[in-house]
Design a protein around this ligand. Structure first.
Ligand SMILES: [Zn+2]
Length: 272
């Protein structure tokens, strides 16, 4: 009889745990994620192919795998809490998302399979790449845009970046910020973001002591910015983006002085 009571109690508890898990705040959106990913799986399983070009001859190759991310785009959320961001990314009408969200306490929420396309870059360009969403992983860090990042956030970010770099063999120079790929439209991550610390660990390109740097008289700063990767269509915006990232200065000054040019020259030489 005792065993019977125990079993009833066990089943009841399991029932409660099961349903409380499934009734969590994101139960409904997690279900929507599953449905959406199943729809995509069906789409790529179609044979004969129904993607873009119908040639009339379908012969499946035996040698392939998934395309993988080759860039990491770092953002600040420009929102007031992680909860607010999680809500935004699980609300269909917002039409925005990211693969990872890092909260102030260092907790990392993984919101989308690395192989799938998040909606985080928007209209953007880096080099000749105009569809950054298709080739990148988006990481959003909870920060309103005007405050420093927490130590826990940066620690979690560094671990995450190391994992991603190794998993997908992402080049050092392909760890960039949202403002790099959308100058004039985006300013994230803000001036407090520790790009130098990241670069010291192999995530992004940085500069060092410029004392002995001599900038050639014919140095073309805009061409150098383009070689680094920037879309130089709006030169004033690009210069602001450059200063925000590499000098951690937020102002309207769009002139590059000698010190700025030395930094740019040094960076450009790393991309040549
Ligand atoms: Zn952003």
């Amino acid at each position: 009889m005792q065993l019977y009571n125990f079993l009833i109690a066990f089943l009841f508890c399991s029932f409660v745990v099961f349903f409380s898990c499934n009734r969590g705040p994101y139960a409904k959106t997690n279900k929507a994620y599953k449905k959406q990913s199943e729809k995509l799986a069906k789409q790529i399983q179609q044979a004969p192919l129904k993607d873009s070009v119908a040639t009339g001859s379908w012969i499946g190759t035996t040698n392939f795998n998934l395309r993988k991310p080759n860039f990491v785009i770092i953002h600040h959320t420009a929102q007031n809490s992680c909860e607010q961001t999680l809500k935004t990314f699980t609300t269909a009408k917002s039409q925005v998302s990211a693969h990872y969200v890092i909260c102030k306490d260092g907790v990392i929420h993984h919101m989308l399979n690395d192989y799938l396309r998040a909606w985080q870059a928007g209209v953007s360009k880096w080099g000749n790449n105009t569809d950054i969403n298709s080739s990148s992983i988006g990481i959003e860090i909870d920060n309103n845009g005007f405050e420093p990042f927490t130590e826990q956030q940066i620690n979690s970010l560094m671990t995450l970046l190391a994992t991603l770099k190794k998993a997908y063999n992402i080049p050092t120079s392909n760890f960039i910020g949202h403002q790099d790929i959308a100058p004039g439209r985006k300013v994230d991550p803000n001036v407090y973001f520790p790009w130098q610390k990241l670069a010291d660990s192999g995530f992004g390109i940085w500069w060092s002591d410029t004392t002995n740097v001599t900038v050639p008289p014919d140095f073309n700063a805009l061409v150098a910015l383009r070689i680094v990767g920037y879309d130089i269509k709006d030169s004033a915006a690009v210069i602001q983006s450059f200063k925000r990232k590499y000098e951690q200065i937020e102002n309207k000054d769009v002139i590059l002085n000698d010190a700025d040019k030395k930094i740019l020259f040094m960076l450009y030489r790393k991309y040549e």
